[in-house]
Design a protein around this ligand. Structure first.
Ligand SMILES: Cc1cc2nc3c(=O)[nH]c(=O)nc-3n(C[C@H](O)[C@H](O)[C@H](O)COP(=O)(O)O)c2cc1C
Length: 171
């Protein structure tokens, strides 16, 4: 797919066909995440690929009962590792680093004809317990991945003039 078509086509998909994702396709989207940039190139991430039905159901439960998550053939749990890198002197780069890698994965998935949904509403503690994630590592995002059941809708965006200003901050 042409790059800007990928950008246009991506949307949050919340219903999936049962068809499995071929291993080579799954590997390509994980590879796209691996290529993401990160502060100091520390790559403070780990991606847990979950296909087990029972685990997917529990994950959906721990994502505030968003049951569509368990419908996806694959659920990827993106974790952030501790990193000494700071941004702007006020926070860790970890969330930014992992977010970039997740978006790489999401755009690559779109390019493969797959649908994804970034899930931020989850119980970190319960997910960590379920997946054996060590204390110092945090869940950053849960991403159900599968072939979309429906296509074609679009969510609105602010106009460019509202979000871009020149030379100084303007309301
Ligand atoms: C950090 C983050 C957290 C999100 N959490 C959820 C979520 O828990 N459940 C959900 O259905 N969608 C979630 N979304 C998806 C947004 O609702 C969606 O991106 C937004 O409405 C724009 O729609 P679009 O992705 O289809 O363009 C999340 C997106 C982001 C970036």
């Amino acid at each position: 797919m042409e790059f800007y078509t990928v950008i246009e086509e991506r949307r949050s998909v919340r219903s999936f066909r049962v068809d499995p994702i071929p291993d080579d396709v799954l590997l390509r989207i994980l590879e796209a995440a691996r290529k993401a940039p990160s502060a100091n190139n520390f790559q403070p991430w780990k991606f847990i690929v979950v296909k087990d039905e029972e685990k997917k159901r529990k994950i959906a439960d721990f994502c505030m009962g968003q049951n569509f998550i368990a419908e996806a053939p694959v659920v990827i749990v993106a974790c952030g590792l501790p990193t000494p890198s700071r941004i702007g002197g006020y926070t860790t780069s970890m969330l930014v680093d992992v977010a970039i890698a997740v978006e790489h994965l999401i755009l690559a998935a779109t390019n493969e004809g797959l649908g994804t949904c970034w899930i931020g509403a989850f119980d970190n503690i319960k997910l960590k317990r379920l997946l054996g994630i060590p204390d110092e590592i945090q869940v950053v995002a849960v991403i159900p991945v599968g072939y979309p059941l429906r296509k074609g809708w679009k969510t609105p965006r602010k106009e460019l003039e509202e979000i871009v200003c020149f030379e100084k901050y303007e309301d």
